[in-house]
Design a protein around this ligand. Structure first.
Ligand code: NAD
Length: 481
């Protein structure tokens, strides 16, 4: 089966999961997995090619002939088995996420847990979803769309796999997963766990490889009916365009530049830590990170003082340490990207309140950056408009509530937002004017039955709960005369 060598040795992964078994890769290219805390090679992964992908699609197609006609109860049973199987490896999954991309354990633990919980959340949503409606001589049924290609980003790969797989299974689809190539170790742990769920052969297939090889084959292959993608806008655009040739259904979960509106009645001792938690979520490498903090001018000085104080709690360090709030960036490329934006912010005239360029004191090895807060930011600056995907927060001052709402919406993104204030009616009124798929009031919170997804360039479609399942369904009407 799997060749995961003992701890401290360079691990090797040479197989994909196809038709219920771990199969040697047909693709021969080998990629190093580099640990972001010290830039050392920790694994070598053999990447799949088009042939591996086509084999996986063929297995999923064959399995769909049976599973596509499964009952609600059969799917519910599989979801419970998937939950049980994934739960058994929670700690291993968290450890892999911490080591492989430097996700801090205080984020990785809960995020893996919510991925595992997604199977039960989907089961609940499935039980509540009526798959058949009849009236007069008309019967409408919700049918699985077919074989689904699931393509994930690295920053919470296990969560994305679980979420997408849970929704697809609930809908009666079979899947081929193309995980992020940067998440090969996490994926391996998860797939080993899911293998124990004793699934119908071919329901779950996983091919690790590059996006422009394995991902592109999924997008172009006529036997794949649907692509559910989490990643960047640039790749999302490619998928939408290339998928059109085979009329792919697409769900795209893309980037964000989420606003946090701090209202003038907010209690700063709670609002500031809450805003910073949202800004530095997953070391800032989160699509939902609240990276634009909108502050009333009348409270700007107090907010700046509060940020300086509260930032002491946002320590950089070993991601495995539960006290660490900000870990390394995933890669050298991401480290450089963050540096270039900090540099650009300074050039654009924003003022560094905390952090700045370079490595933090004592962290020369690895891809650590300084958590950075800019003030005097104008919303049209590149640092306020472009997704940096690192721990960089822009503080933008506003005069009135209307101006705050206008600035919040003045973005090509619309994934997530937050409103912080004491008067709940007012906070709700402000939230209702924000063009984003999800808005939280007063702190980061989650509901696995609430939809997740974006307006505008943040994507197309929704995940989670019944919304996630519906994304894998087609509607069929049968009419009798
Ligand atoms: P990415 O777009 O570079 O890669 C995402 C996935 O797409 C990877 O598996 C990659 O191999 C694959 N891919 C690349 N080229 C492809 C192609 N031509 N065809 C098919 N697949 C291809 O993104 P990333 O760097 O892994 O992730 C960061 C981005 O993801 C950020 O923009 C972030 O905001 C976004 N994201 C969004 C959400 C959300 O829920 N909206 C969640 C997490 C991350």
């Amino acid at each position: 089966m799997e060749t995961l060598a003992k701890r401290d040795m360079v691990k090797t992964i040479t197989t994909h999961y196809i038709d219920g078994a771990f199969i040697e890769s047909h693709g021969r290219e080998v990629m190093d997995i580099i640990r972001p805390t010290d830039s050392r090679v920790i694994a070598r992964v053999t990447l799949g090619d088009e042939e591996d992908t086509r084999r996986a699609i063929a297995a999923a197609k064959e399995a769909f002939a049976g599973f596509g006609r499964s009952t609600k109860e059969a799917r519910a049973k599989i979801l419970r088995r998937l939950h049980e199987a994934a739960s058994a490896r929670l700690d291993d999954l968290t450890a892999a996420m911490v080591e492989e991309y430097g996700g801090v354990v205080q984020f990785a633990g809960p995020i893996v847990q919510s991925g595992v919980n997604a199977f039960l959340a989907s089961e609940k949503a499935l039980q509540e979803l009526s798959l058949t409606r009849t009236w007069d001589k008309t019967t409408v049924t919700l049918e699985p769309v077919g074989v689904a290609g699931l393509i994930t980003a690295w920053n919470a790969n296990a969560l994305f796999i679980c979420l997408k797989l849970a929704s697809a299974v609930a809908a009666g689809c079979t899947v081929v997963i193309k995980p992020s190539e940067l998440s090969s170790l996490q994926t391996r742990v998860l797939v080993e766990a899911l293998h124990e769920a004793d699934l119908p052969k071919g329901l779950l297939n996983v091919v690790t490889g590059l996006g422009n090889v394995v991902g592109a084959e999924l997008v172009r292959n006529p036997d794949v009916a649907k692509i559910s993608f989490t990643g960047s806008v640039a790749v999302g655009e490619t998928i939408m365009r290339d998928g059109a040739a085979t009329m792919k259904r697409v769900t795209l979960e893309l980037g964000g530049k989420s606003p946090t509106i701090l209202l003038d009645d907010a209690a700063l001792d709670q609002a500031i830590p809450s805003a910073l938690v949202m800004a530095f979520l997953n070391s800032g490498q989160a699509c939902a990170a609240g990276t634009r903090l909108l502050v009333p001018k009348s409270r700007l000085d107090a907010v700046k003082r509060g940020i300086r104080d509260s930032m002491r709690a946002f320590t950089v360090g070993d991601p495995a340490d539960p006290k660490t709030a900000v870990g390394p960036m995933v890669s050298q490329k991401q480290y450089e990207r963050v540096q270039s934006y900090i540099h650009k912010g300074i050039e654009e005239g924003a003022e560094v309140l905390v952090g700045g360029e370079g490595h933090p004191e004592g962290f020369k090895a690895g891809y650590f950056v300084k958590p950075t807060v800019f003030v005097n930011v104008k919303n049209d600056m590149a640092i306020a408009q472009e997704e940096i995907f690192g721990p960089v927060l822009c503080v933008i001052a506003y005069d009135s509530e209307d101006e705050a709402i206008r600035i919040a919406n003045d973005s090509r993104y619309g994934l997530h937002a937050a409103v912080l204030g004491t008067d709940l009616q007012r906070a709700r009124r402000v939230a209702a004017q924000i063009r984003a798929g999800r808005i939280v009031i007063n702190s980061m919170t989650d509901d696995p039955q609430a939809p997740w997804g974006g307006f505008k360039y943040s994507g197309v479609g929704r995940e989670y709960g019944r919304y996630g399942i519906e994304a894998f369904l087609e509607t069929r009407a049968i009419l009798e005369s």
